[in-house]
Ligand binder design. Structure first.
Ligand code: SF4
Length: 689
């Protein structure tokens, strides 16, 4: 029995699902996951988890796991040794680079991978392959939020902590669905409401879980959030409710900003957004009366042509009312994946090296060139959106993609898949044989979070360690080992023995991360960047000023970009988002028996009004058509949606039901984040119930 006991182990890890970044202990017996046990000392979640964190781990033992490298032969794949697969990847990437130039190759990192692995893939791109063509999936979601923050307050991250959200007087949630997408965060907000009367305002098309109990629920017309927020800001200023001493002391650009608000009168806003003037006034009063205000937002804001502009408008509103750099205040883009913050922080971006230092800054480059002993490319690389275009144009010929289900989650799937078929060479690293992998020339079996060490960075810039719970399954390997073995075959002398060495190399280079060490992250300890050399971290940003040369924040003029137009035959608006039980396209959660049984498929939410008009009931089957594709979906009639607006959870890998078969290639004008939320379709009834 002593032996039996010794097989039972308890290991600390960080959740692999959403950006809340819950940490907990995992109990295992060999490869069996016995239970997940959250601990009081977990900084963000304490003793809470949601269904995914608690029960969502069966996928690690799924028989579908990739356990051997695969190489394409004609229409099929054969199992190969690591040597054969990596030799082939190195040979083909080198050939293509020599023939077509450095920028004919591109890299996509993964926000399911660790910081260390993200650091390595951008280093591989830049230092070994001499290209800045490297991006990550925040291009699909939060790049506009990052842009809005960078313009106004400086850093591309939440300005405070989950703790500040929990202590705010008023929390405004715009275009986000934390009850399903960030469950433990919503639990903390609900608790704050119950305990000390925290007020909640929800601005959304759909009556989501947080809207149900909110103090105020506002439903603007799709794509008009900027108009609403700017009208609220203008009304606040017209009433003299702005925080003039904060503005005078800490903020530039006020006069020009006020001028830009001239057009956003109450009457104009009511006409454009459909929100009554009295509601706009009431919203402004609630902000005025609250001692501390936080605004959370997510993809309902960012995935529009004007996603960056609306994110900017949110920061403007907070600055004007002095709700920044104080406990209980600030701007909170809610990060989707567990490590989407980290992927950007580590420099998986065509413009930024680690810590958001620009590739076109000669001083920054000089620092990295000296450390890495190479010459670096000087011009910005392609972002994800531009990569797809460059493949269609024949300029981009090879791609290495790390754990990104691009064939399903990028917008306009047919167009993206068509691009894949045009690549000369395509490498996919993943845990499962994804839809994207079907287009690959080589598929490399990677290990999920439980099978490796490293760090993840959650939505509040909090870096946390995960410890290895299981051995890699079969011949799968952690991504950092795969990348290192590939880099060595491409001529680099990398010799990292442990992820610790990778993170500490990063910290020695990125100003924001100076004091990040594995020791300071031991167990449940964590660090929120910026981290000073002595290890002091920054739960609340900007208390000593803003990171611009004069230390002042910047108001940026309001600019509304009208949503994409569709031909009149596309008479219904189709919104999309997440559901609680599943994560994204479902490659993980549909392989968790308990979850799959509960929610076996996705479904289309139709309003009672629309259902009546079209003569359908729950259980009906409909066909949706957009200019880009068609889906066949079961209907759920619900008053969560209203009128001619419908909602489809994105959580499926079935092409008959996957939202991005319908979405367009339009994108945020500044960051190229797809305008997933600007979609209109027509509907045919195939079966009435
Ligand atoms: Fe994981 Fe997010 Fe759920 Fe926490 S709230 S357990 S991080 S999915």
């Amino acid at each position: 029995s002593a032996m039996r006991k010794s097989r039972i182990q308890r290991t600390k890890t960080v959740c692999t699902y959403c950006g809340v970044g819950c940490s907990f202990d995992v109990w295992t017996k060999d490869r069996e996951i016995l239970k997940v046990e959250p601990q009081m000392e977990a900084p963000t979640n304490q003793i809470s988890t949601c269904i995914k964190g608690k029960f969502g781990w069966d996928f690690v033992n799924s028989p579908d796991r990739l356990t051997k490298p695969l190489i394409r032969r004609g229409d099929a794949f054969y199992e190969a040794s690591w040597d054969e697969a990596l030799d082939l990847v190195a040979k083909r990437l080198t050939e293509i680079r020599l023939k077509h130039g450095d920028d004919a190759v591109a890299f996509i990192s993964s926000s399911k991978c660790t910081n260390e692995e993200n650091y390595l893939i951008q280093k591989l791109a830049r230092a070994v392959m001499h290209t800045n063509n490297v991006d990550n999936c925040s291009r699909y979601c939060q790049s506009p939020a990052t842009e809005g923050l960078r313009r106004t307050v400086g850093y591309g991250g939440d300005t405070g902590s989950v703790h500040d959200l929990a202590m705010a007087d008023l929390v405004i949630i715009v275009g986000a669905n934390p009850a399903e997408s960030h469950p433990v965060l919503s639990t903390r907000l609900r608790r704050a409401k119950k305990k000390y009367g925290q007020k909640h305002i929800v601005i959304d098309l759909r009556r989501n879980g947080m809207a149900e109990k909110a103090d105020m629920f506002v439903r603007p017309e799709p794509g008009t959030d900027l108009v609403l927020l700017s009208a609220v800001t203008k009304y606040i200023i017209d009433q003299g409710w702005q925080d003039q001493s904060f503005i005078d002391g800490h903020v530039d650009g006020y006069a020009e900003f006020v001028n830009s608000l001239a057009m956003y009168s109450l009457a104009y806003a009511e006409r454009t957004t459909g929100v009554p003037q009295s509601t706009i006034k009431q919203l402004a009063s609630m902000i005025h009366e609250a001692k501390s205000v936080c605004i959370c937002w997510a993809m309902g804001v960012t995935q529009h042509l004007g996603g960056s502009e609306t994110s900017t408008a949110i920061c403007n509103l907070l600055l004007v009312t002095g709700n920044m750099a104080r406990p209980g205040t600030g701007a909170y883009p809610l990060r989707g994946h567990n490590n989407v913050q980290g992927a950007g922080d580590m420099g998986c971006n065509p413009v930024y090296l680690p810590g958001y230092e620009r590739v076109d800054d000669p001083l920054v480059r000089a620092k990295y060139e000296q450390a890495w002993g190479v010459e670096l490319p000087t011009t910005k690389g392609l972002d994800n959106h531009e990569m797809v275009e460059a493949i269609h144009d024949g300029k981009l010929r090879a791609m290495l993609l790390q754990g990104e289900e691009m064939a399903l989650v990028d917008s306009n799937s047919h167009y993206v898949r068509d691009a894949f078929t045009k690549l000369d060479f395509f490498v996919v690293m993943d845990v499962f044989f994804s839809k994207t992998a079907e287009f690959a020339d080589v598929v490399l079996p990677a290990s999920p979070s439980l099978e490796k060490e490293g760090t993840f960075t959650n939505t509040e810039r909090r870096i946390q360690r995960l410890y290895q719970v299981l051995e890699p399954l079969g011949e799968s390997k952690p991504d950092w080992i795969i990348l290192q073995e590939l880099a060595r075959r491409l001529g680099a002398d990398w010799n990292y023995q442990h992820p610790r060495e990778i993170l500490e190399e990063m910290a020695s280079l990125a100003e924001l991360m100076k004091g990040v060490t594995y020791e300071r992250l031991e167990g449940y300890r964590s660090l929120q960047w910026p981290v000073a050399e002595d290890g002091t971290d920054s739960p609340l940003l900007y208390t000593d000023g803003f990171p611009f040369p004069n230390g002042r924040a910047r108001l940026v003029p309001a600019k509304w970009i009208e949503p994409t137009e569709f031909a009149p035959e596309y008479d219904l608006h189709l919104n999309n988002g997440r559901m609680l039980e599943h994560f994204h396209e479902g490659n993980l959660t549909y392989r968790v028996a308990g979850i799959k049984e509960k929610i076996p498929t996705t479904y289309l939410e139709v309003s009672p009004e629309l259902a009546k008009e079209r003569g359908i009931e729950t259980g009906a089957l409909v066909r949706l058509t957009s200019p880009f594709g068609q889906l066949k979906l079961p209907v759920v009639v619900t008053d969560r949606v209203q009128g001619y607006q419908m909602y489809l959870p994105m959580n499926t890998s079935n092409d008959e039901e996957a939202i991005n078969i319908l979405t367009s290639s339009e994108s945020d004008v500044t960051t190229h984040t797809p305008a997933y939320k600007e979609l209109r379709v027509r509907m045919e009834v195939l079966r009435e119930r």
